[in-house]
Design a protein around this ligand. Structure first.
Ligand SMILES: NC(=O)c1ccc[n+]([C@@H]2O[C@H](COP(=O)([O-])OP(=O)(O)OC[C@H]3O[C@@H](n4cnc5c(N)ncnc54)[C@H](OP(=O)(O)O)[C@@H]3O)[C@@H](O)[C@H]2O)c1
Length: 321
């Protein structure tokens, strides 16, 4: 099969489009023929930090068809259309086939495309966990979403709307309309307004991108408010991990999210997508041989929604914007 394999000595690229052996399913896994796989910030960051998957193939968010099932599996049958999150199961998604334990998979709603399905797993699960689990989001709360226009942010805005929050989104000028269309009640353009100085306060702040001082975020919390660090500049993530706990004295809490894959959450998100409650935004689709290019583009930090690889396309980029 074709796959994009990490090769430390690869020239000019360490990610090499190669022929490799198709995975052989064991008794407890399912073999999936991948149709689409989306790119996440963690793919590039893991590579940079030397965290290389065992098979040396990155890519966690897959959507495809079950080709065969192991003897000890029960939930799926050949031909089923599935969505998978391989982030806690060795990755391996930038390929034509991957094996997955059943708990990494859920059925794909028939009315969403494979590309839309592949856009869901890590980004939408991250948004859900930040809002619902760490953030304890409640109807009518004032929620600030910083970095509302990327993979995680576009799902965060839609899910915050689903939970009945009053949303202020932070993004740059070119994404203002996008955040409004997904349900933001107000949008702050970070290129024009220094939002931490506005004096506005919130019940929940979800920091997905950018780089802002923890003390500034804390000042923006209402009593009983919660701040959730999801991502952004590495310095900001580091400060949140190290100092967040110490800054959580009093009623205002500062949390850092580390997302784990969950079949239950993936089922919930797939249902929301199938019911039209959340809509994955796909900025562009690359062919499998252009995966390195797609990863580099995402790493620049300005993708609008998700970037997806289609394993059946070759040699071109489809732009949806
Ligand atoms: N904690 C976890 O478990 C977890 C899980 C998944 C992801 N993450 C992290 O979450 C972050 C976002 O992931 P993602 O997939 O959404 O990334 P992404 O798609 O690359 O985010 C790109 C978006 O961020 C916006 N952005 C860039 N700089 C900004 C700024 N200063 N203020 C506000 N928005 C800004 C860009 O909009 P403009 O072009 O308009 O600037 C762009 O639309 C990454 O750091 C990732 O590592 C963490």
């Amino acid at each position: 099969m074709k796959a994009v394999v990490y090769n430390k000595k690869g020239v000019p690229d360490k990610l090499v489009y190669s022929d490799v052996e198709k995975p052989k399913p064991k008794d407890n896994v399912v073999l999936v023929q991948i149709v689409a796989v989306s790119v996440n910030a963690m793919d590039y960051r893991s590579m940079k930090m030397g965290m290389i998957p065992k098979l040396r193939i990155f890519g966690a968010d897959i959507a495809g068809r079950v080709e065969s099932v192991g003897n000890n599996t029960r939930q799926f049958k050949p031909g089923d259309e599935v969505i998978g999150d391989l982030s806690d199961h060795g990755s391996g998604g930038f390929a034509e086939y991957a094996v997955a334990p059943e708990k990494a998979l859920t059925l794909k709603p028939a009315n969403i495309s494979f590309e839309e399905a592949a856009a869901l797993p890590v980004a939408a699960t991250t948004a859900l966990r930040a809002l619902r689990d760490k953030g304890n989001i409640q109807q009518g709360q004032k929620v600030l979403i910083v970095g509302s226009s990327g993979g995680v942010g576009t799902f965060a805005v839609q899910l915050a709307k689903y939970y009945g929050a009053i949303i202020t989104a932070v993004c740059s000028s070119r994404n203002v309309e996008q955040s409004l269309s997904f349900g933001a009640d107000k949008v702050i353009d970070y290129t024009k307004e220094d939002f931490p100085k506005s004096g506005d306060t919130y019940d929940l702040i979800v920091a997905i991108n950018g780089n802002c001082r923890l003390s500034a975020y804390k000042r923006m919390l209402n009593p009983g408010g919660i701040y959730v660090m999801v991502g952004g500049a590495l310095s900001q993530i580091f400060r949140s991990i190290v100092f967040g706990r110490f800054m959580s004295f009093g009623s205002r809490k500062m949390h850092t999210l580390t997302v784990k894959s969950s079949q239950k959450d993936l089922e919930f998100l797939a249902k929301q997508a199938g019911d039209g409650k959340i809509k994955p935004l796909i900025e562009s689709t690359y062919s499998l041989d252009k995966t390195a290019e797609a990863m580099r583009y995402l790493n620049e930090g300005h993708a609008q929604g998700k970037v997806v690889i289609n394993t059946s396309e070759t040699n071109h980029l489809i732009n949806f914007s």
